[in-house]
Design a protein around this ligand. Structure first.
Ligand code: NI
Length: 165
């Protein structure tokens, strides 16, 4: 396993549409392992293919109960009408934070490294994260959807408030 370099905003690769994965080989497994290690190293909750320089439809999402979920060819098949507005950030936009409105729950259908299909029922942070990562696969960044950017000071206040809950 190896930590990969995270592509930063300004790199064209982050704006391109990814291609579906059709070959489930050892290399795909290695890529997913590297993505999990990279995500852990960066202390993040999600990482998508383009962020490690590959234009393939895959991402890794951290869920509090389920751990690291590897998602190959992920599709959101259902999402709640109920939405929530919360602060979001991205490992590819290190200095940006802002409010984005997302569904509170979603169901993601995805394959694992062997090509087996699963459905994940996600809520809260991991639902938000899956939406954010799947956007990456279509060249979209969270900053496209932010209705209000926040300063690092605001972020501190927000984090403290969240911890008190
Ligand atoms: Ni991101």
């Amino acid at each position: 396993m190896a930590v990969r370099n995270i592509v930063k905003k300004g790199d064209e690769i982050l704006r391109k549409k990814c291609k579906p994965i059709e070959v489930f080989d050892e290399k795909l497994g290695e890529l997913l392992d590297d993505m999990i290690e990279t995500l852990q190293g960066a202390n993040g909750v999600g990482l998508a293919g383009p962020q490690v320089g590959t234009l393939r439809r895959l991402c890794v999402v951290y869920d509090e109960d389920l751990g690291f979920l590897e998602m190959v060819n992920p599709v959101i098949v259902k999402f709640s009408k109920k939405q929530e507005r919360d602060i979001e950030g991205c490992l590819s936009c290190p200095d940006k934070w802002g409010y984005v409105t997302r569904p509170t729950k979603c169901v993601v259908r995805a394959q694992d490294r062997h090509g087996d299909e699963y459905e994940y029922r996600l809520s809260g942070l991991s639902a938000r994260c899956a939406c954010h990562e799947i956007d990456h696969l279509d060249g979209k960044l969270f900053i496209d959807f932010v209705d209000e950017f926040v300063t690092p000071e605001d972020l501190d206040k927000h984090t403290k408030k969240r911890k008190r809950k």
